[in-house]
Ligand binder design. Structure first.
Ligand code: PGA
Length: 252
């Protein structure tokens, strides 16, 4: 069985004044069972302070992107090793906002995931179709192609997480139906199990896109949904903890 992962993605939100959310979330997950992992992926400026605040608790801290190189002349970029050094345990790669804003490709996402693994981080590899692709019946093709291109071979032996985030559901308040989510997650699971016979069934598959307290229980109950990647609703401790509680209810 894949672990359940409840991961927040603060995106480009959060100042030092918002760090009290970390303490509140850390306190709220003190009863977190072994079968659930809870983490917040913070802007790079807050990773070190967030990791310090979460230290000793069940809350883990992640970054939101990393460069594929270990170090070098890459002004403005951050390496996986730097995130690990700051106390991160996870990093998001291939998010659709990185793909759209910075032209990142499947090849880059796979290289970044590989760099994350080499630095001892667990990559959260994001995939998802646009509305145009869904409306033209290409969702499954697009997503399975992204999974094939963005998940590195190292996933055969090292933990990775995959997040299905339909681009049209991110930050829009719109979500796919449970049937639509189930169809995509099943296709991802089959692709991963075929490619990684030993580990494919253990890779947590997260759903992301307008997940909130009101829809979390329904989404988390879908077959092959092993957790969520939560943007807007991870900014408030109360909302994020309500989603965590929905996951804890289902695994208890
Ligand atoms: P959202 O973002 O929950 O605000 O839709 C999810 C994500 O992009 O990770």
């Amino acid at each position: 069985m894949a672990k359940t992962v409840i991961a927040g993605n603060w995106k480009m939100h959060g100042l030092k004044a918002d760090l009290d959310v970390i303490g509140a979330v850390a306190a709220g997950v003190s009863d977190c069972p072994e079968s659930i992992e809870v983490l917040l992926c913070l802007p790079a400026t807050l990773v070190a302070a967030g990791a310090e605040l979460a230290s000793g608790s069940k809350l883990e801290i992640g970054g939101q992107s990393c460069h594929q190189a270990g170090k070098g002349a890459h002004t403005g970029d951050i390496s996986a090793e730097m995130l690990a050094d700051a106390g991160a345990t996870h990093v998001i790669v291939g998010h659709s906002e990185r793909r759209a804003d910075h032209g990142e490709s499947d090849i880059q996402a796979a290289a970044q995931a590989g760099a994350a693994i080499a630095a001892g981080l667990t990559p959260i590899i994001c995939v998802g179709e646009t509305l145009e692709e869904r409306d033209s019946g290409q969702a499954l093709d697009v997503v399975t192609k992204q999974v094939a291109g963005s998940v590195p071979d190292a996933a055969a032996t090292t933990p990775v997480i995959v997040a299905y985030e339909p681009v049209w559901a991110i930050g829009t308040g719109r979500t796919p139906t449970p049937e639509q989510i189930a169809e995509v997650h099943a296709a991802i699971r089959v692709a991963l199990a075929e490619r990684f016979p030993a580990t494919g069934s253990l890779i947590p598959l997260l759903y992301g896109g307008s997940m909130k307290p009101g829809n979390a229980a329904e989404i988390l109950a879908v077959d092959d949904v092993n957790g969520g990647l939560i943007g807007g609703a991870s900014l408030k401790a109360e909302d994020f903890l309500a989603i965590y509680a929905a996951a804890a209810n289902q695994t208890s």
